[in-house]
Design a protein. Structure first.
Length: 185
């Protein structure tokens, strides 16, 4: 009986460990940007496109703002305007480096101890445009410091995503407009 409980506990521990390890992973074939400068990455980013998922469904004018928490982790403030309910939605989380802070491979959490992969896989030298991959092909974001992105950069980032196996025809192209952003509190 004691052996049976020990096996069950060991099995649960292995499952939990595998869950946490997989949460900080990168999509197969993806390579995180190196070197990466956290300080240059901080600040406000506009979401240009994303793979749709439950927490951002029906949102436009979405932004992410990154700042440093007192513990050194990165505060993540995601905001978007629900165009159906006409209400701003906000989610606050935190990100940590999955390993070396010079590598843009992070893990982000909005729900306590549960983390998901956040990997910057393309970034221009001025830190104005970024392509973010999750841990699998369900998560992808195209970000810009401005409400738009130059066509050549957009096409380059889409090609990178497509080469990794993303179905870019499923991207949601996010509406960004100054008037709606002005209503944000």
């Amino acid at each position: 009986m004691k052996t049976k409980h020990l096996i069950i506990h060991a099995s649960l521990l292995i499952i939990i460990m595998m869950t946490f390890i997989s949460c900080s992973s990168i999509v197969k074939g993806g390579i995180a940007v190196t070197p990466f400068d956290k300080e240059k990455y901080l600040g406000k980013w506009y979401e240009i496109a994303r793979m749709d998922f439950k927490f951002e469904r029906n949102l436009n004018n979405t932004t992410a703002n990154y700042s440093v928490n007192t513990d050194g982790s990165i505060k993540v403030e995601n905001r978007g305007f629900n165009y159906q309910t006409k209400v701003w939605k906000e989610a606050i989380g935190k990100a940590k480096f999955a390993g070396d802070p010079n590598v843009a491979m992070l893990k982000v959490s909005f729900f306590g101890p549960f983390y998901a992969g956040y990997n910057v896989i393309a970034l221009d030298k001025d830190y104005k445009y970024a392509l973010i991959a999750g841990q699998n092909l369900k998560y992808l974001w195209l970000l810009s410091r401005e409400m738009t992105i130059p066509e050549d950069i957009k096409l380059n980032y889409l090609k990178i995503a497509e080469n990794l196996g993303y179905n870019i025809s499923k991207l949601v192209w996010v509406a960004q407009d100054s008037a709606t952003h002005a209503t944000q509190r």
